[in-house]
Design a protein. Structure first.
Length: 71
């Protein structure tokens, strides 16, 4: 494996980490929306999580596309 393709694999991993962080935000926001401890910032956490999941997916897809184009 060349150094450049290893670089793209690292970018792909970073995309997955960003997406997992987004899923974590969504889960925490959903837990805060429970009736016993309703917090106003919960919906903001969910939207931030969705944005992070989208960003992670874009970064991951970009890395995969670059790997395919470079071969």
């Amino acid at each position: 494996m060349s150094a450049q393709s290893l670089y793209y694999v690292i970018i792909l991993g970073q995309g997955f980490i960003i997406a997992l962080l987004g899923f974590n935000f969504i889960t925490q926001g959903r837990n805060l929306l429970q009736p016993e401890n309703r917090v106003k910032s919960a919906s903001q956490m969910i939207y931030t999580g969705l944005a992070l999941v989208g960003l992670g997916a874009v970064v991951g897809l970009l890395a995969l596309i670059l790997v395919v184009l470079k071969r």
